[in-house]
Design a protein around this ligand. Structure first.
Ligand SMILES: Cc1cc2nc3c(=O)[nH]c(=O)nc-3n(C[C@H](O)[C@H](O)[C@H](O)COP(=O)(O)OP(=O)(O)OC[C@H]3O[C@@H](n4cnc5c(N)ncnc54)[C@H](O)[C@@H]3O)c2cc1C
Length: 400
């Protein structure tokens, strides 16, 4: 019987990969053998990373292991995928440097269905001087770099902070704004805000997402944060960034987000470049292969790259397989409610947030927002984030 099960391989044990894995095991568990190949034997959530800057979030609340999901019947392989061969239906990976139970020399796995959900790569190669000056950059996007940014923001005494958002699409549209506002907040708390200039350079015509750009403009005005839009940073030197226009800005702290793209093995397999192509958002199969599907931030979708959309696309991808196996698909639609942290212009380490939403089930998509920053929205965002981690990984005992 086990030999007749369809082998579903999922690349990436993040929000999309784990969402797809649970959906499959929950609905057609007796017909599929689900294997998630993921780089690290743990997952760290993204949305609350900016709160590490203010000390309101702790790493220990953000990390989960895969053991409980494995106990439920999802197989895991820890390794770094470097090649997909869609013609041979095979995925190749290097072993995880820390955890292995594979005795084979050649690390590859065959599939009947493949869901590709490895998220994004930060790619600074288009920026001159990036390679030499990468260590001068810190941002909220990665666990190590957010710690570096925190250290710099809490110890610098004067200068200029440059925050940069690359051209869309990039992961988590409001995160650069969240960064600028959190830095403003910490500098106020430290009583040194007047010693700093904060400049947000944005490659897009407005701060992202556009639905709250007017709210952000108002809050920036109040906080004295300068905004330069429709300008890419094209060069980094040890103490300056150079904009497309030729303008140079001297920086003390550089919180730059690199342009995003899908991992290179996707382009090398002919599945799309810079993002993995899909037939359409509700049928995220590769246009070339019926048995290869995209999910999450790696997919080329006409929507923002965020956790809700990643999860929803994963349900659409796994539903496709469930339907083919005669199962009952999960109900899903593209719509989300989100919260952007907007610091605290009183300089308290109690971050406020703005709520916004986008509903893509209507044409044109329907935006919504509450323009008033509220503390309660920050707490709602925390509950929302923890509920994902509790559901996809395991619940966390909170110490009161
Ligand atoms: C700072 C920050 C703030 C954010 N804020 C918000 C927010 O407020 N609201 C919101 O909705 N979303 C937010 N997001 C975005 C959200 O976290 C992502 O959209 C979501 O995690 C995307 O899911 P994914 O599964 O596509 O990618 P991920 O969750 O990143 O998962 C990808 C997985 O694939 C693994 N992987 C990558 N490459 C390989 C490989 N070659 N081989 C094997 N495994 C691999 C990774 O290790 C990872 O486990 C934020 C993200 C960040 C970083």
């Amino acid at each position: 019987m086990a030999g007749q099960k369809k082998r579903v391989v999922i690349i990436g044990g993040g929000i999309a990969g784990m969402g797809a894995a649970h959906n499959l095991v929950d609905r057609v568990g007796d017909q599929v053998e689900v294997t998630v190949i993921t780089k690290d034997p743990f997952y760290m959530t993204g949305p609350s990373r900016p709160l590490l800057l203010t000390g309101e979030q702790k790493y220990e609340r953000m990390i989960r292991g895969y053991e409980e999901a494995a106990a439920k019947g999802i197989n895991f392989v820890f390794g770094n995928v470097y090649k997909i061969d869609p013609a041979e239906r095979r995925v190749y990976y290097t072993e995880s440097p820390t955890r292995s139970y594979v005795t084979r020399k050649e690390n590859s796995i065959e599939y009947d269905y493949l869901i590709v959900a490895p998220g994004i790569v930060f790619d600074g190669s288009s920026i001159e001087g990036y390679r030499e000056n990468w260590h001068r950059i810190a941002n909220v996007y990665e666990p190590g770099r957010v710690d570096v940014l925190k250290h710099r923001v809490w110890t610098a005494t004067k200068g200029t902070v440059v925050v940069y958002a690359p051209p869309m699409p990039y992961r988590c549209a409001p995160a650069p704004t969240e960064t600028a506002m959190a830095i403003d907040q910490v500098l106020r708390y430290r009583g040194v805000r007047n010693n700093f200039r904060i400049v947000h350079v944005d490659a897009n015509p407005k701060t992202q997402p556009p639905v709250i750009a007017d709210v952000v403009a108002r809050l920036y005005e109040e906080a004295g944060i300068e905004l330069i839009t429709s300008q890419k940073i094209v060069e980094i030197t040890p103490n300056e960034v150079v904009l497309e226009s030729g303008e140079k800005i001297e920086y003390t702290i550089l919180a730059l987000l690199e342009p995003n793209r899908a991992p290179r093995f996707i382009a090398e397999a002919g599945l799309g470049d810079p993002w993995m192509e899909v037939r359409n958002p509700t049928d995220p199969r590769s246009p070339k292969y019926d048995d290869v599907l995209a999910a999450g931030d790696t997919a080329k979708l006409p929507f923002p790259k965020n956790q809700e959309i990643a999860y929803e696309s994963a349900l659409y991808a796994s539903n496709k397989i469930i339907e083919e196996l005669g199962g009952q698909p999960a109900s899903v639609q593209y719509a989300f409610l989100g919260w952007a942290y907007v610091g605290n212009t009183q300089g308290k380490l109690e971050t406020l947030s703005v709520q916004f939403g986008l509903n893509f089930t209507t044409q044109p998509p329907k935006p919504s927002k509450d323009p008033e920053p509220k503390r309660d929205y920050t707490l709602q965002k925390d509950r929302w984030e923890q509920s994902y981690l509790n559901r996809l990984f395991h619940p966390k005992e909170e110490q009161k």
